[in-house]
Design a protein around this ligand. Structure first.
Ligand code: NAD
Length: 501
């Protein structure tokens, strides 16, 4: 990459690093060692203004750039990303902590959206009606919105921004990405890749920072739309603030994802799925399964099978052959551990305790091993709260109806799954459950790029989900054009209201 490594990760504007004028910075830490590896700039309002201005200045030319030129750049970006994804995976592992194979997995899921956006010429085709009225034609076009902001969480520093920016850019918008201050370097790597792919100056920009940067994006009139992903309280704030200033906002929030295991399920496959979806990425996934709902008399067997598998997980440095990495910060590790303390104090049975895990890594890493609770009840904080760590709660219920009731009364509605061999039960579940993404014998049902990603209830604020056709709608607005080319025989005045003829 062209830019030399820098101790402070700065903003990116006009296809080059932009240091800004603020002296405020935050530490960037390697969670597997606990060492501070650099700093990230925290934008002031004037830094934000400068980056937004860059995006606004680039917009008129980019919106008029032909679809053919835009897609040529997108295809090049896709090829470069595919060739160099191991560089990006190493950056993600060093700042987030997830194991390298998982980092590569998130890049592949982001790459899918780039591939989807390469079809933009087809995706933004309008409609045309000839002779809607005599000699009157009507057609519609999809036009870009202007500069748009993407505000992303720490847990997917590459994939979540890629849910949005390939489509935003392909549709003719310019972008300001505000990544998480916990793992900011991936954003700059992606910016450099866009530059190498030939994206003109100012189309893709990065603003580093915290709340001040977010607030500047939410209130600046030049920003026309905001795609936010993060925790529910911040998503609610972003939605309320952004829409109050007239912006289009989609704000994806937190989750508490349940999986129902029916008595007829293959319990070995279900136990594999609970371990993969509960402890993968140390539970720091918005689609992680954090509650396994065991229906009927299978609970003892299921818990034994989950525990047996979870005991074999190697927690350690993501650059080694570990299965599960550390938590992202010391503070987050302490918060997750405090939930484990609370679950134990509330009387849940702790089957597997990750608090004292012997990790394959530096003693100062933010380690917490897989933790399994049984006999969890809905009044316990380990059930009610999003923990965002490797903590799986087993709730025992007597019937499918009781399991469904648990899910449908939960305030979150991001993802869910059912494990069964009964097609009728699965069909009933997909119809009755009030959750945005449903897996049938699939634990983390993240839809492919050509479908849309998003939850219901407190897991999403706004009307539109990410990527797929809803992503295309979010980043465009339609215009309907009614046309009549008069010939000389159509003269004369008529002050009546136009009617079809
Ligand atoms: P977070 O809400 O702390 O931060 C998200 C973004 O908001 C970051 O860019 C951060 O800098 C910014 N931010 C933080 N505090 C802010 C404030 N007070 N005002 C304005 N902006 C602020 O989330 P996180 O810890 O980075 O990520 C984990 C959360 O994200 C979890 O709740 C997880 O479920 C959620 N998430 C949801 C999805 C989804 O698709 N629904 C996907 C990934 C993550």
């Amino acid at each position: 990459m062209s830019t030399p490594p820098s101790a402070t990760v700065v903003h990116w504007a006009g296809n080059k690093p932009f240091p800004g004028t603020s002296n405020a910075t935050a530490p960037v830490t390697n969670p597997a060692t606990g060492h501070v590896t650099g700093r990230v700039a925290l934008a002031s309002v004037s830094d934000a203004r400068a980056v937004i201005d860059t995006a606004a200045t680039a917009f008129p030319t980019w919106r008029d750039t032909s679809l053919s030129k835009r897609t040529t750049i997108l295809f090049r970006f896709r090829e470069l990303l595919n060739e160099r994804k191991s560089e990006l995976a190493a950056i993600i592992t060093a700042e987030h902590g997830k194991v390298l194979s998982d980092a590569l997995g998130e890049i592949s899921r982001g790459q899918e959206v780039v591939e989807f956006a390469c079809g933009i010429a087809h995706l933004i085709k309008g409609g045309h009606t000839e002779n809607a009225s005599t000699n009157v034609d009507v057609h519609s076009v999809c036009q870009p919105l202007g500069p748009v902001a993407i505000i992303s969480p720490f847990n997917f520093p590459a994939m979540v921004p890629m849910w949005f920016f390939p489509i935003a850019i392909a549709a003719g918008n310019t972008v300001v990405l505000k990544p998480s201050e916990k793992d900011p370097t991936a954003s700059i790597w992606l910016a450099e890749l866009w530059k190498e792919a030939g994206l003109p100056d100012g189309v893709f920009n990065v603003l580093q920072g915290d709340k001040a940067a977010v607030d500047a994006l939410l209130t600046d009139p030049a920003i026309k739309a905001v795609s936010f992903v993060g925790s529910t309280p911040i998503a609610q704030y972003v939605y309320a603030t952004g829409t109050a200033t007239g912006k289009r906002v989609q704000a994806l929030g937190g989750a508490k994802n349940h999986a129902i295991i029916l008595p007829d399920a293959d319990l070995d496959l279900a136990a594999d799925a609970m371990v993969n979806a509960g402890f993968g990425s140390a539970g720091e996934r918005c689609m992680a399964i954090s509650v396994a709902v065991a229906v009927g008399d299978i609970a003892d067997t299921l818990v034994d099978k989950i525990a047996e598998r979870a005991r074999s997980i190697v927690t350690g440095d993501g650059t080694r052959s570990s299965d599960m990495g550390p938590l992202v910060t010391a503070a987050h590790r302490a918060k997750v551990a405090s939930y484990v303390d609370a679950g134990e104090a509330a009387g849940a049975t702790i089957v597997l305790d990750g608090r004292g895990v012997q990790a394959d890594g530096d003693a100062d890493g933010f380690w917490l091993g897989p933790t399994l609770f049984d006999h969890v009840t809905p009044d316990m904080s380990i059930y009610t709260d999003e923990i965002f760590g490797p903590v799986l709660a087993v709730v025992r219920v007597a019937s499918y109806d009781e399991a469904l009731e648990l899910i449908n009364t939960n305030p979150f509605g991001n993802g869910t799954a059912i494990f069964t061999n009964d097609g009728g039960a699965a069909r009933r579940f997909q119809n009755e459950v009030e959750v945005g993404m449903v897996g049938i014998n699939v634990p983390i049902p993240v839809p492919m790029a050509y479908y849309s990603f998003g939850g219901w209830k407190a897991s999403l604020f706004g009307d539109t989900h990410a990527h797929g056709t809803e992503g295309i709608h979010f980043f465009t607005r339609t215009k309907a054009i009614t046309t009549r080319w008069l010939d000389p025989s159509h003269g004369g005045l008529n002050l009546g209201f136009p009617q079809n003829a």
